[in-house]
Design a protein around this ligand. Sequence first.
Ligand code: SF4
Ligand code: SF4
Length: 126
Amino acid sequence: MPETAKNTYDCSKCPGYCCSYPRIEVTDKDLKRLAKHFDLTTDQAEKKFTRFYSSDEGKERILKHQKDTVYETICRFFDLDERRCTIYEARPTVCRDYPNGRKCGYYDFIKFERKHQDDKTFIPSA
Ligand code: SF4
Ligand code: SF4
């Protein structure tokens, strides 16, 4: 996720909550970037890394998940030991934009709980 000196959150101190969102959209442009990164065709990348989610709003291409001990499931590109993205340069636009500002609500929440539990590693259930 995007991080600059001005941000008030620190992803290195978070277990990667935003990567556990069930619907992480992959646009056509994202798919091309992913395919290039892995030296695959877009069809191969689509099949390997994504699936389609249907709702009243229509069909959406999203990233596949893997099992996770912290959040049950998480993006297939997430390193479960390092707790970070393994395709940072090739990640989808929605990941680049998140959390759309200088603040991350989950980070504020986890920071608050860790302070009150007096435990720097505490992970509250979201
Ligand atoms: S939930 Fe917030 S702090 Fe955690 S990885 Fe995502 S952007 Fe970073
Ligand atoms: S592509 Fe990377 S940043 Fe985006 S959800 Fe997956 S692990 Fe997180």
